[in-house]
Design a protein around this ligand. Structure first.
Ligand code: AP5
Length: 216
């Protein structure tokens, strides 16, 4: 079962994917996390992605598609995956359809977490992420028990470089220009379900689980 979580930067895709993947025993594939891991380890892929990520631009399609193709070909994705941050352009979406068709599979649902742009800046400027495993917090909406420390694994929390206001502004523009056409792409295929991402985190999770269970 392949699901695509769609939504602007800061909508809550990562937050929801971490909870839902555990609850439903689905593999969580986050393109942003894979790029950040490569950046941390200074791999060739990380070096290619670095400049784009720092500017809030998308990494070129051919690089991103090759990376996801490799990730989805691993045995843990054989039964499906919850995709977070991919696809992000029409070319990526079409390629995903081809990739899954080769495996005799397809995307079954696209939950679109909708949040107005003015809320996103506040969400991202208050975000803290765990160094070890990427667990996500917010200083107001989902604070850790102890400031600067992950509740789940005790590692240090940090603020992402690309969460600076000027980079966030560019990321939102890029989302509107290059990713938002996917809303109509998936609506046209009858796969889109829109969720109100301004609701509290637990309420969004509940609605998301209901929608996913309908297609399981
Ligand atoms: P990526 O890491 O995918 O970033 P993004 O899509 O911009 O999404 P975010 O991780 O910023 O937000 P999110 O929706 O996951 O929100 P979160 O749950 O953290 O990509 C980073 C970069 O990598 C890109 O800019 C690009 O360069 C590159 N890249 C990645 N994929 C690519 C692709 N396919 N093609 C090309 N390039 C690619 O929540 C945000 C905050 O809000 C948190 O603090 C959270 O606690 C809080 N929060 C969440 N939900 C709620 C709620 N309901 N109420 C209140 N607060 C909430």
């Amino acid at each position: 079962m392949y699901l695509v979580l769609l939504g602007p930067p800061g909508a809550g895709k990562g937050t929801q994917a971490q909870v839902v993947s555990k609850e439903l025993n689905l593999v969580h594939v986050s393109s942003g996390d894979i790029f950040r891991e490569n950046l941390k380890n200074m791999t060739e892929l990380g070096k290619v992605a670095q400049g784009y990520m720092e500017r809030g631009e998308l990494v070129p399609d051919e690089v991103t598609i090759a990376m996801i193709r490799d990730r989805l070909s691993r045995p843990d994705c054989a039964q499906g995956a919850l995709l977070d941050g991919f696809p992000r352009t029409p070319a990526q979406a079409e390629e995903l359809d081809r990739m899954l068709a080769e495996l005799g599979d397809r995307v079954v649902l696209v939950p679109y977490i909708s949040v107005p742009s003015q809320i996103l800046v506040e969400r991202l400027s208050g975000r803290w992420t765990c160094r070890a495993q990427g667990h996500i917090y917010h200083q107001m909406y989902n604070p850790p028990k102890q400031a600067g420390v992950c509740d789940l694994d005790g590692s240090e929390l940090y603020q992402r470089e690309d969460d600076k206001p000027e980079t966030v502004k560019r990321r939102i523009e890029v989302y509107l220009e290059q990713t938002s056409p996917l809303i109509e792409y998936y609506r046209g295929k009858g796969l889109l379900v829109e969720l109100d991402g301004t609701q509290p985190i637990e309420d969004v999770t509940e609605t998301l689980l209901v929608e996913i269970r309908k297609v399981m």
